[in-house]
Design a protein around this ligand. Structure first.
Ligand code: HAM
Length: 415
């Protein structure tokens, strides 16, 4: 027997899949109002896309990717996140040539070889939005307002918005010098990966998950102190807009995000324990990194569905329950089977949730089953009912019975 799923994965069924459906429906409804179109990209991409896009020195690329050689000797990687694939698709399909901006949303699986623990899976799911073509802080504001509405819609109340700016390539130069000087003083206590990262891309040391590195970087210089004029005014404008719109936020200089493509704004929605539920930011350099002929600003976010569901549970949010079976059609006798099933079919076509017997149960057992599945009403169709063209519909809550013609049953429920 092979009945164990791989570590860090989850089977989706029952209550969880119902929650996920509600979450997706809320996201889709909002994206429609925001005129954001859906995109689905492949589950795997050429490895080089993530190496270049997400960054060679990130934890994701260095330690967490599911990479393999396919039968054609190509290096392939299961996508660890949604942005790089969406950006590749935006370029490959010439979406940049249409009137800008291009606003895309997706629901994607993401694969990261992480140490499974609460909130960290090896296969997780994200609701993401990518907004290509706008350099304005209003694009960040649009994503943030969408996220606030999304959380409101599903009833999540406790997540707080944290923002920061990590500047652009221009500011990075002076910042990296300052950070390197700081890190050199603590080099002996850094993990081996960080000792190497320190030289190649010191910013990445700041999001290392090794506790001793995390302890050191608490006192590291902050990107905000090294912003150039353009990045400074972008961040000031974002804050002005958020304030004017009455959106509460906190500037958290500790946010650098774990992926290399970010420039200027980075933001997260965190729960009361400071755990990140959703992360995003501006990535004005990614498009150029993938296709050097293009230079297009972009901003986006990814919201982890599993983390969202955990958080809903932690906050005690009750989502709308799954729609109940409205009618259980019991079958009495072989000769009534086809007629009963015709009725079932007719009701289902009209959108009524109906269940019936597939197990050749006795009428008593069928009623027990109807009760167990929470059917709101029952009716039994047998030879007598067919001959008299009449049946009794029983309300399972009140016990009340209504005798009506078979033709009226559909009407009763379709109403
Ligand atoms: P990220 O912060 O790496 O960003 O992931 C986004 C969200 O996915 C996280 O906030 C978290 O909720 C969830 N998540 C990440 N890793 C795991 C995991 N191992 N297990 C469970 N949930 C996880 C990105 O992926 C960027 N692509 C977001 C983005 C879009 N930035 C711009 N556009």
């Amino acid at each position: 027997m092979i009945t164990q799923r791989p570590k860090g994965t989850q089977d989706w069924y029952g209550a969880d899949i119902h929650k996920r459906t509600i979450i997706e429906a809320a996201a889709r409804k909002l994206c429609k109002a925001y005129n954001i179109k859906e995109i689905i990209t492949p589950a795997f991409e050429h490895t080089v896309l993530f190496q270049r896009g997400v960054g060679e020195t990130t934890d994701v690329v260095q330690k967490e990717m599911y990479t393999f050689e396919d039968k054609g000797h190509r290096s392939i990687t299961l996508k660890p996140e949604g942005t790089a694939g969406a950006a590749r698709a935006y370029l490959e399909n010439g979406l940049f040539a249409e009137s800008q901006p291009t606003k895309l949303f997706y629901f994607t699986q993401a694969f990261r070889y992480e140490n499974p623990q609460s909130g960290r899976l090896r296969q997780h799911h994200q609701f993401g939005v990518e907004f290509f073509g706008s350099a304005s802080p209003l694009a960040e504001v649009e994503l943030i307002t969408l996220l606030m509405e999304f959380m409101k819609e599903i009833g999540l109340a406790g997540a707080k918005l944290h923002i920061n700016s990590i500047g652009c390539k221009n500011c990075r130069k002076t910042y990296n010098d300052a950070l390197l000087t700081f890190l050199k003083q603590h080099e002996d206590h850094l993990c081996t990966t960080c000792k190497d990262r320190m030289q190649k891309n010191p910013l990445r040391v700041l999001d290392c998950k090794v506790p001793s590195c995390q302890e050191i970087v608490k006192d590291a210089p902050r990107t905000l102190e090294y912003l150039d004029d353009d990045c400074k005014s972008h961040f000031a404008e974002l804050q002005r807009l958020l304030t004017e719109l009455g959106i509460p936020y906190e500037v958290d200089t500790g946010i650098v995000r774990g992926l290399d493509y970010y420039t200027k704004t980075v933001f997260e929605f965190v729960n009361a324990e400071g755990f990140t539920l959703c992360g995003g930011g501006r990535y004005d350099g990614l498009i150029h990194e993938i296709d050097e002929k293009q230079d297009i600003p972009a901003v986006g976010f990814g919201f982890g569905i599993e983390r969202l569901i955990n958080e809903l549970e932690a906050e005690g949010v009750e989502l709308e329950p799954e729609a109940a079976v409205q009618l259980y059609v019991g079958i009495l006798g072989e000769e009534a089977k086809a007629s009963a099933y015709k009725l079932v079919h007719q009701l289902r076509n009209a959108g009524v949730i109906v269940e019936t017997d597939y197990m050749n149960r006795s009428v008593k057992a069928q009623m027990k089953y109807a009760n167990k599945i929470g059917a709101k009403n029952t009716v039994i169709i047998g030879a007598d009912e067919l001959a008299n063209n009449s049946a009794k519909v029983k309300n399972m809550e009140t016990g009340e019975q209504t005798e009506i013609s078979l033709g009226q049953i559909a009407e009763l429920f379709i109403k």
